[in-house]
Design a protein around this ligand. Structure first.
Ligand code: HEM
Length: 672
C-alpha cells in the first residue's frame, strides 16, 4: 500500500493496481499455486542472500540520528526522524513497484508497457500546479516533511509527478469531501499508484472495487455493528489482562510498539476465530498467524526493495508462511461450517445423550482462560465470533443476491481484517502510551476516570503488592469521555493512515482542475489534522479540545462548515462510542478529521478500533505509570506505509495497591 492506504497492508507488496490491469480475477487456487511456485524458487535464490540489518542495528541507527527533542511539554510536533537508508529503500520500493509492473509471480509485459507509457505521458494543461520535476525521491526520503513542505509552498491541491505517475495531493476539506464522499463512485482503489495488495490480504474489502466490494461490504457490515463489536470487548480485556499481569506486572523497560503488535494480533485473531485460537489447536494456528505476520512486518520495516513476485529468500519464506496460514484458515472455515451443520453432541459422536452433560462441562472448561502471573480471570462465555458472523451473512438487502460468502472470499476477508486491524491499532496504542508518558497529568486524569467508572477491579498478588486491574465492559466505554478524547487527540496528531489513495475512474474535474482517468489522488489526513487555519494550536497534545462545547476544531470559519456537513453526511457504517461517533462522522468536524477515512470506504473497523483503544488506555492508565527514559527524545513519526513511532521504549511501573492507597485514586504511585 502506499502511504496512501496505510491500513491496507504492512508490507510494500506489489502494486495491485498494475497487477489487476487487464487481467481477470485470480482464484484462491491460482494464487496459492503462484505462492508455492515462489516458494520453490527459494533454493535457487538463497545464494544471493546478503546479511540484513538487525532490529538492533535499526534501533541504533535511528536513535543515533535523534538530535532534537520537543521543546515544551505540550508541543508534540517533533521533527521527523532522519530517514535511514532502509527507510529510503523501503519507500522507494513502493515507487519502483509502480513502474516495475509487479505481479504476484510474473511481471506482465503489458503492465510494464503501460507503466512506461504513463511515465512519458505529457502533463495535462489543466493539471494542478506543483513542484517541478519528479518528486519521488524527495517523497521517499521523508514523506511527512515532503507533504508538509509541498502544502506550504503550493497549496491544498497540488499536482505531482511521482515515479512518472500523475498524482494530486489534496488537503482542501471541500475537495477531500468531494472525492471521499460526494462523488465517491468516481474514485476507485484499482489503478491507484503506489497502492499495493498482498497475497496475505488477497482480494478482500480493502482492495476490491465495484460490485465485488459492495457485496462483500454488505455481507461484512453486520459483523461490525454495535452489538457485534460489543461482544469483542471480552477479547480486548482478556488481552489487556494478559499484558498487565504478564510482562507489564513488574517494573521494566518495554518496547511498547512490539508489545502492542503482539497484543493487537492476539485480539484480532481472538475476535475472528474465538475459541479456535485458544483451544487445543491454538498453537498451530497462532504459529501460522505469527509466522506470516513476522514476514509481513519485516517487509515493511526493513529494507524491502523488491516486489512480492521476485524470487528472493524473504519472498519465498513469506509465500510459504502465507500458504501455511491459508491451510490453517481454510481448515478452520471447513470445520466451522461442519460444526454449524450438526448438533453439538452428534458432531463429537456423543450419541449417548446421557453423556451430553459431560460434553457441556468440557466446553465450559475450555472457555476459562488462564491468565499468566495471576489470579483467576474467568471471562464470561462469548457470543459468535467474526467467523460465525461472516458465515451467517446473507446478501439479502437491496440489490443482494441472497447468497453468502464463498470459502475464498471468507479467507480473503478474514486475512484482510487481520492485516487492516492489527498494526494500525498497535500504532495507535503505541502513540497513546508515548503521549501518556510525556504528559503524566493526562495519564492521571485517564486513571482517575477509569477508576471512577470501573471501580478497583480484581487483584492478583498479596497485600500491598497486589496489582488491581479494572477491566471495562463495552457499556463502560461510552462513559469514559476523557479517555476517548485522548484516543481521538492521539489520532489527530499521529493518524496511523496518514494518507489515503484513490484513482480517477474516468476523466474528471477535481478542485477546478481536469484530471485524466487513471490520475491518483492522495488525501492527506496528516495535513488536515494539523492545519493551523482550522485547529487552535494544532501541534499541541490537548485532549481537552474534544470536550469543549462545539468540539474540535474551534476556528470559527470551520464551525459553520461543520454544521452544514453533518446534515448531509454519510454516517460511518460502523458504530463507535457516542462522542467518537460525532467526531468521526463524514470528514469530521470542520471537514478536517478523518483518521478512519470517510464515505462508503470508511474503515469498517472504526467501532472496533475505538473500543479497543479506549479499553486498553483505561486499563493501562489505571494499572501502571509510564515514564519516558531519561535523556531519550520523544518518539518521532516514521512514515513508511503507516505512521509509526520510531522508538517507544517506556519505563513501565505498576501501581501497587498500597502505593495507590497512599497517593489516592488515580494518583501516581512511585513504588520503587
Ligand atoms: C486505529 C486503527 C485503525 C485505523 C487508523 C484505520 C484506518 C482505516 C482507514 C483510513 C481506512 C480507509 C482506507 C481508504 O479509504 O482507502 C480503513 C479501511 C478499512 N479498515 Fe481500518 N483502521 C483501523 C482499524 C481497523 C480494524 C480494527 C479493522 C478490522 C478489524 C479494520 C478494517 C478495515 C477494512 C476492512 C477497511 C476497508 C473498508 C472498505 O474499503 O470497505 N481497520 N481503515
Amino acid at each position: 500500500m502506499s502511504a496512501a492506504t496505510a491500513p491496507a497492508s504492512r508490507g510494500f507488496a506489489p502494486s495491485r493496481a498494475l497487477r489487476c490491469r487487464g487481467r481477470g480475477e485470480e482464484t484462491a487456487a491460482v494464487a496459492r499455486s503462484r505462492r508455492v511456485a515462489a516458494r520453490d524458487l527459494v533454493a535457487s535464490s538463497r545464494r544471493f542472500e546478503r546479511p540484513r540489518a538487525t532490529a538492533s542495528d535499526d534501533a541504533s541507527t535511528s536513535s543515533s540520528s535523534s538530535s532534537s527533542s520537543s521543546s515544551s511539554s505540550t508541543s508534540t510536533a517533533p521533527p521527523a526522524p532522519k530517514p535511514t537508508p532502509e527507510d529510503i529503500a523501503s519507500v522507494a520500493a513502493f515507487f519502483l513497484e509502480t513502474t516495475a509492473a509487479a505481479t504476484a509471480s510474473v511481471p506482465l509485459v503489458g503492465d510494464v508497457a503501460r507503466a512506461f507509457a504513463r511515465a512519458f505521458e505529457p502533463t495535462p494543461a489543466d493539471f494542478p500546479p506543483g513542484p517541478p520535476g519528479d518528486a519521488a525521491v524527495e517523497l521517499a526520503a521523508d514523506p511527512i516533511a515532503f507533504i508538509v513542505k509541498t502544502q506550504r509552498e503550493h497549496g491544498d491541491v497540488v499536482g505531482l509527478r511521482l515515479a512518472g505517475e500523475h498524482v494530486v495531493l489534496v488537503s482542501d476539506p471541500d475537495v477531500v469531501r468531494d472525492v471521499a464522499i460526494d462523488r465517491a463512485d468516481l474514485f476507485v482503489k484499482e489503478g491507484t499508484a503506489f497502492f499495493p495488495g498482498s497475497s496475505l490480504a488477497g482480494e478482500g474489502l480493502l482492495v476490491s472495487d465495484g460490485e465485488k466490494w459492495a457485496r462483500q461490504r454488505r455481507l461484512s457490515n453486520p459483523a461490525f455493528r454495535a452489538a457485534a463489536v460489543d461482544a469483542y470487548a471480552t477479547a480486548m480485556t482478556r488481552a489487556g489482562e494478559r499484558l498487565l499481569r504478564g510482562p507489564w506486572s513488574a517494573r521494566t523497560i518495554r518496547d511498547a510498539y512490539a508489545d502492542f503488535n503482539d497484543l493487537t494480533l492476539e485480539i484480532v485473531a481472538d475476535a475472528l476465530f474465538g475459541a479456535d485460537v485458544r483451544g487445543a489447536r491454538a498453537k498451530e494456528i497462532n504459529a501460522a498467524i505469527a509466522e506470516a505476520f513476522e514476514f509481513f512486518g519485516k517487509r515493511s520495516s526493513s529494507g524491502f526493495i523488491v516486489p512480492e513476485w521476485a524470487p528472493t529468500p524473504e519472498n519465498a519464506g513469506y509465500a510459504a508462511a502465507v500458504a501455511r496460514l491459508d491451510d490453517a484458515v481454510y481448515a478452520l472455515i471447513a470445520e466451522r461450517r461442519a460444526k454449524r451443520e450438526k448438533p453439538r453432541y452428534e458432531r463429537l459422536e456423543l450419541l449417548d445423550e446421557d453423556r451430553e452433560d459431560e460434553f457441556v462441562e468440557e466446553e465450559e472448561e475450555e472457555e476459562e482462560e488462564e491468565v499468566p502471573g495471576g489470579s483467576s480471570s474467568t471471562t464470561p462465555s462469548r457470543g459468535p465470533d467474526l467467523l460465525d458472523r461472516l458465515l451467517d451473512a446473507r446478501d439479502d438487502g437491496d440489490g443482494g443476491d441472497g447468497g453468502g460468502m464463498t470459502d475464498a472470499s471468507l479467507r480473503d476477508e478474514l486475512m484482510t481484517l487481520m492485516v487492516a486491524g492489527q498494526e494500525t491499532s498497535a500504532i495507535l496504542l503505541s502513540w497513546c502510551c508515548a503521549l501518556l508518558a510525556q504528559h503524566p497529568e493526562v495519564a492521571e486524569r485517564c486513571a482517575a476516570e477509569a477508576r471512577a467508572v470501573l471501580g478497583d477491579g480484581s487483584g492478583g498478588g498479596d497485600g500491598d503488592d497486589e496489582i488491581e486491574i479494572a477491566s471495562p465492559t463495552a457499556e463502560n466505554v461510552g462513559e469514559m469521555k476523557y479517555v476517548e478524547a485522548v484516543v481521538l487527540e492521539t489520532m489527530r496528531l499521529y493518524p496511523p493512515a496518514y494518507m489515503v489513495g484513490r484513482c480517477a475512474a474516468r476523466d474528471v474535474v477535481v478542485g477546478g482542475h481536469s484530471l485524466r482517468k487513471g490520475t491518483t489522488i492522495l488525501i492527506a489526513p496528516y495535513l488536515l489534522h494539523r492545519d493551523a487555519r482550522r485547529w487552535d494550536d494544532p501541534d499541541a497534545f490537548d485532549p481537552e479540545r474534544w470536550l469543549r462545547p462545539g468540539g474540535a476544531p474551534k476556528k470559527s470559519e470551520s464551525e459553520s462548515e461543520s454544521e452544514s456537513e453533518s446534515a448531509t453526511d454519510d454516517r460511518p457504517m460502523t458504530d463507535a462510542p457516542p462522542m467518537a461517533k460525532g467526531a468521526l462522522r463524514g470528514t469530521g468536524p470542520g471537514g478536517v478529521y478523518l483518521p478512519f477515512g470517510a464515505g462508503p470506504r470508511v474503515c469498517i473497523g472504526t467501532g472496533f478500533a475505538m473500543m479497543e483503544a479506549t479499553i486498553l488506555v483505561a486499563m493501562i492508565a489505571s494499572t501502571v505509570d509510564l515514564k519516558t527514559l531519561p535523556g531519550r527524545a520523544p518518539p518521532r513519526p516514521r512514515a513508511l506505509i503507516t505512521l509509526r513511532p520510531d522508538n517507544v521504549e517506556l519505563d513501565v511501573i505498576p501501581k501497587r495497591r498500597g502505593a495507590r492507597a497512599r497517593t489516592g485514586v488515580g494518583g501516581v504511585a512511585r513504588s520503587e
